[in-house]
Design a protein around this ligand. Structure first.
Ligand SMILES: NC(=O)c1ccc[n+]([C@@H]2O[C@H](COP(=O)([O-])OP(=O)(O)OC[C@H]3O[C@@H](n4cnc5c(N)ncnc54)[C@H](OP(=O)(O)O)[C@@H]3O)[C@@H](O)[C@H]2O)c1
Length: 223
């Protein structure tokens, strides 16, 4: 049976990833800050993970010692409203966004590398954002969020270089503008639709996709 670990599983896109992978028959590990009391479909295994704490990924990985993982989906993220407009940048909030969105996925990947090496597929994907594309930044602002996703993209690219020769495929995905707490109610896409597209793209990954930045419909996004 294929196994996936998804971060940011409490709500939004992460929650939907958990439900759709579980419905496809995957064994799902749902990483979230508050595993107690969050209901999941039967069989889903909740694990505690707080990306504000750099020790948390290694702590979480202890529960998975020796278990193969096919796919790691680094999805958790936050926007950082207080570090989005020039003239109003709160340095602490900027650092928090970078810690959760950029350092977090790197530390989770590092902690789960032994599990991924034991897995068949060796896929490491991240929910990034077109907002992290320097080439497509035509509207400015969102300082912390854009910087954090650009740093995440750079991390995915380095992982692709470092791990590709050992059979890994590392990819950054943009889910589109999605109706979630982060995306807001004006977003055109339902989480169900975006996640169905993301999973379709993910399941069709080949080694040739290593190091790519794609949207939920498979369109290439400039770095
Ligand atoms: N929605 C969009 O339009 C859109 C567009 C492009 C990219 N994205 C990306 O998609 C991903 C999911 O976003 P979403 O729209 O589903 O947002 P969301 O509904 O706000 O969910 C964010 C998720 O990240 C988790 N998270 C936040 N801080 C965390 C921390 N310190 N440790 C562990 N988990 C933490 C949240 O957990 P808690 O419940 O514990 O806070 C929640 O599960 C993010 O990476 C986001 O940047 C979203």
């Amino acid at each position: 049976m294929d196994r996936v670990l998804i971060t940011g599983a409490s709500r939004g896109i992460g929650r939907e990833l958990v439900e759709q992978f579980a419905a496809l028959g995957w064994e799902v590990y749902a990483a979230l800050r508050t595993p107690m009391g969050t209901p999941f479909p039967p069989g889903v295994v909740p694990l505690e993970l707080d990306l504000k704490d750099p020790a948390s990924p290694a702590r979480m990985s202890k529960a998975l010692k020796g278990k193969p993982l096919d796919l790691l989906w680094n999805n958790a993220g936050l926007y950082g409203l207080g570090a989005s407009r020039i003239g109003e940048i709160d340095p602490q909030e900027w650092q928090e966004v970078l810690t959760v969105n950029s350092l977090g996925p790197l530390l989770v990947t590092q902690a789960l590398l032994p599990n991924l090496k034991l897995g068949q597929k060796k896929w490491v994907v991240a929910t990034s954002s077109t907002m992290g594309s320097i080439g497509e930044n035509t509207s400015g602002g969102s300082y912390a969020y854009r910087a954090s996703k650009a740093a995440l993209n750079s991390t995915v690219k380095s992982l692709a270089q470092d791990l590709g020769p050992s059979g890994f495929t590392c990819v950054a995905f943009c889910p589109g503008w999605v109706k979630t707490d982060m995306g807001g109610t004006s977003a055109p896409l339902e989480a169900k639709t975006s996640v169905a597209g993301l999973i379709q793209q993910c399941l069709s990954l080949t080694r040739r996709d290593n190091g790519r930045f794609l949207n939920w419909q498979g369109r290439e996004i400039p770095w």
